[in-house]
Design a protein around this ligand. Structure first.
Ligand SMILES: CCCCCCCC/C=C\CCCCCCC/C=C/C(=O)SCCNC(=O)CCNC(=O)[C@H](O)C(C)(C)COP(=O)(O)OP(=O)(O)OC[C@H]1O[C@@H](n2cnc3c(N)ncnc32)[C@H](O)[C@@H]1OP(=O)(O)O
Ligand code: FAD
Length: 558
């Protein structure tokens, strides 16, 4: 859970080679990387810039006389900073640098760069590399810094699957300007399943513990109740169980789309790139945020013992919450999706609704009202309505500011909170729709029934959470919201008997969970005592600090 120093080798280094190095280059590098003869990382972020890639400062200047690129770190803010596995483990890196050929700045490009000697592992001359120090979590990963002092690499170390620099310095452009961002798009495509998994771990711990923990009464005179029987506890945990399933289903879809994109790009078709970028930008942001919230609620649902490291939930939280920042800070990525939404609105206004992609076609179709009692399809229409309403409002705000003479960037900034709201609603619609589609496809009737309950819980919880938007223009009445609330409480109670099975079905082993509270056998109290006794502070009855500090204080006459 704390991460693995070679994680980025598998998660980004190899995928970057697969997607961006030419077949010829990969004959040399890929097999070696796959066999782990070389260990790599993905070095893009710098001390001064992470979000705004166009301002990366590391330069790769082509020297036509030697047919080499000269990598250089011009100032302190240009140091690579954060890449996982860079500090101590990697001897190679895919380095993203601003490429300069014949004095022309050609923007960020990826290079394979050797950092350390393959035998001694010592850093090479011209390279400064090290670890950035302890972090909130992920402390088994050596996130690192890296500087170049006019460090030379062969021309052929530019990853040349999509763009090239010929020996004479002729630049051959890629088929899409952002194709070099593919390693990030890949991780973003996988993040919904990855985060769903983190949320699932925390929920397994909290739900299991909530059936062991007895405290208080619902009806007087009986045995104290399992805390999972409280409606508030169910409300804290069950909507997140639904989300963990929903994120996993949505993630399967984005992984499939990414694989499709890879194949299409190889045949020169880059048409899916904009759609997938918009989709994964929004999904990564919403899923990481809701996962962090869900894990924190799971921790609190375990009361005092949730705060102990014996719960292990704090470590899961630390790792998962990193996802709000890495692979694009959430606000920045929500605004990427917002660009796509605003463009869609502009298309509709220009009478080109027919050209809209399937995920945004609903923006052009108005619905007057819904009958929620008819079922999930009507909820989908309600989600579409709130997303459409907010997307149009935010877009109109931006377009009006533009029309009034504001500069594009200023108008964008003044509309940005509203735009991020639109992106979230659009993404939550997508999650609900993929959840619905996935449940409909389940063949086993008993499984389908339980998952359908979770789906109903999800749509009621989500709609209630978006109620302000739905009430704003009178689309939903307050009596409809009362119906949504009643449904929500109905499904909380209906799911209760299946709650443990729903988390057990994720099949985490005790070794994976590392939680005293979430043990499969439920022997929480005995093991909490054993865990506490094993604490380093309990190795001796009297600590050295007693002689050193406590006694002088206690014996002092002052
Ligand atoms: C087996 C798989 C494993 C995966 C597991 C993951 C699950 C988690 C589980 C465990 C975790 C263990 C490991 C953790 C790993 C953590 C590793 C972390 C790594 C990193 O963080 S790497 C660094 C990531 N950095 C970023 O993400 C930077 C964010 N910034 C950007 O991406 C860009 O700067 C930008 C997109 C914000 C803006 O780019 P730019 O300035 O160049 O472009 P704009 O002017 O804004 O837009 C112009 C135009 O381009 C379009 N565009 C932008 N990007 C793309 C793209 N990628 N594809 C297609 N199109 C793109 C943009 O939409 C604009 O279009 P329009 O003009 O609007 O049409
Ligand atoms: C655990 C972890 C692992 C990482 N691993 C890697 C790795 O392997 N390789 C790698 O290269 N990098 C890695 N990173 C770096 C990571 O990708 C960046 O930190 C991330 O992209 C955010 O960029 P930043 O740090 O520049 O944030 P900043 O952009 O400085 O964000 C600060 C604030 O400014 C806001 N902001 C910035 N730009 C805008 C804008 N245009 N509009 C509105 N608000 C804005 C943000 O929303 C945020 O609130 C890792 C980071 C972490 C935490």
């Amino acid at each position: 859970m704390e991460g693995h120093p070679l994680a980025l080798h598998d998660v980004m280094f190899i995928p970057a080679l697969v997607a961006q190095a030419s077949d010829e280059q990969n004959k040399k590098w890929l097999r070696r990387a796959q066999r782990r003869e070389i260990v790599g990382c993905y070095a893009q972020t710098e001390l001064g810039h992470g979000s705004n890639l166009r301002k990366l400062e590391t330069t790769a200047t082509y020297d036509v006389s030697t047919q080499e690129f000269v990598l250089h770190t011009p100032q302190i803010t240009s140091l690579k900073w954060w890449p996982g596995g860079l500090g101590k483990s990697s001897n190679y890196a895919v380095v993203v640098a601003n490429m300069i050929v014949k004095e022309k700045h050609l923007g960020p490009h990826s290079f394979l760069v050797q950092l350390r000697d393959e035998i001694t592992h010592q850093s090479l001359k011209g390279i400064t590399v090290g670890d950035i120090g302890p972090k909130l979590s992920f402390n088994a990963i050596d996130n690192g810094f890296l500087g170049f002092d006019n460090y030379r690499i062969p021309r052929t170390n530019l990853l040349m699957r999509h763009s090239r620099v010929e020996p004479d310095g002729t630049y051959v452009k890629p088929p899409h300007a952002k194709i070099n961002y593919s390693a990030m798009v890949r991780v973003r495509s996988h993040m919904a399943t990855g985060q769903g998994n983190f949320l699932a771990q925390a929920l397994t711990i909290a739900v299991r513990y909530s059936t062991v923990r007895r405290q208080g009464f619902i009806e007087s005179g009986e045995q104290e109740v399992k805390v999972l029987d409280y409606q508030t506890q169910q409300h804290r945990l069950f909507p997140s169980i639904a989300k963990a399933y929903a994120f996993t289903f949505a993630g399967y879809e984005t992984i499939r789309l990414y694989e499709q994109l890879l194949k299409e790009v190889d045949t020169g078709n880059v048409s899916l790139m904009a759609d997938l970028h918009a989709l994964t930008s929004g999904l990564k942001s919403v899923v990481t945020h809701q996962t962090a919230q869900g894990i924190e609620q799971a921790r609190m649902a375990c009361g005092g013992h949730g705060y102990s490291q014996a719960s292990y939930i704090s470590e899961i939280f630390g790792v998962a919450v990193g996802g709000c920042t890495y692979e694009g800070e959430n606000m920045v990525m929500l605004l990427q999706l917002a660009r796509y939404l605003v463009k869609s609105v502009e298309q509709i206004k220009a009478g080109e609704s027919g050209k809209l992609g399937p995920l945004v076609a609903y923006l052009a179709v108005k619905v007057d009202g819904v009958d929620l009692e008819k079922g999930v399809e009507e909820y989908m229409k309600a989600f579409q309505h709130v997303s459409r309403l907010q997307t149009w409002k935010a877009s109109e705000k931006f377009l009006k500011l533009l029309k009034s003479g504001e500069k594009r960037e200023v108008a964008w900034n003044k509309s940005s909170v509203e735009l991020t709201r639109a992106s979230r609603l659009h993404t939550r619609l997508y999650i609900a729709e993929t959840f619905k589609r996935s449940v409909q496809e389940v063949a086993d009737p008993r499984l389908k029934e339980v998952l359908t309950d979770l789906l109903h819980l999800h749509v009621n919880y989500e709609l209630l959470d978006m109620a302000t938007y739905a009430l704003e223009d009178g689309f939903l009445s307050s009596s409809q919201l009362d119906y949504v609330r009643d449904q929500l409480y109905f499904y909380l109670a209906k799911i209760r008997p299946n709650a443990v099975s729903l988390v057990d079905s994720w099949e985490f082993s005790d070794m994976q969970l590392r939680s005293v509270l979430g043990r499969r056998d439920g022997n929480v109290y005995e093991n909490l005592v054993a865990w506490a006794k094993a604490s380093p502070l309990n190795k001796t009855d009297v600590l050295p600090s007693v002689e050193k500090y406590l006694k002088p204080m206690m014996n002092s006459k002052l």
